[in-house]
Design a protein around this ligand. Sequence first.
Ligand SMILES: C[S@@+](CC[C@H](N)C(=O)[O-])C[C@H]1O[C@@H](n2cnc3c(N)ncnc32)[C@H](O)[C@@H]1O
Length: 237
Amino acid sequence: MTMVLPKYLPERYHRPVWHLGEQFDEVMLASLRPGMRILDLGSGRGPALWPKDRPPGTTYAGLDISLSELQAAPAGSYDEMYQADATTRTPELEGRFDLIVSFQVFEHVKPLDVAFENMRAYLKPGGRAIVQMSATWSVFGMINQVVPQSLAVWMLRKATGRSKESVFPAPYHKCSNSALEEILRPWSEHEIRPLYLGADYFKFFGPLARAYVVYENWAMRGGHRNLASHYLVIAVK
Ligand SMILES: C[S@@+](CC[C@H](N)C(=O)[O-])C[C@H]1O[C@@H](n2cnc3c(N)ncnc32)[C@H](O)[C@@H]1O
């Protein structure tokens, strides 16, 4: 489906169509091989990779703190389901996965460093993690941290039209470029890609969205990585 975007949104919002997970999907699809064991961390009702897109022989496990979120996913989404907190080590998952994917989950997780260490433990040697999260120092991240949760949910619903059920508490713990650099030290390789794609939260009021884009362009062009709206992390055990 092609979405018509306001003209004031810069080129990066248009390539090829606006979709927050576009770069995440690109990296994930390029990482797939037949016979992989994949863990989707915080997959809830929406696995990052739908069954039709999985290579032959894939085993796809979903892990989420909420069993009801996992059960709300379309039938056939998961070969295995684990109800667990990302910050609590699940020994049976250790060393079992070639690939871990996690889309828009880690802003909800605290302590984030513990979740990354668990993820590293769940990978086989040489296994890869692909994670996208919202950023601590994004404008909406900062608003979310200072206003009460009920007001944050109301604002997010108003701004983006999301349902109440799709908004989860978000502490935004250590979701910044500098904190992630520290957290990723034990990994053998890593890339942190800052994304500057936060205008969606302000689209309910054009002048505000325009002002936001001016700020975001400044942050991006100035290389202020800690002010990104989201991070895409690619890390190898
Ligand atoms: C915004 S939803 C994203 C779901 C899915 N990844 C997607 O893209 O549709 C966040 C998910 O993270 C889960 N979650 C929140 N905190 C978690 C934690 N500490 N450990 C594991 N899952 C968690 C929620 O239950 C929810 O399913």
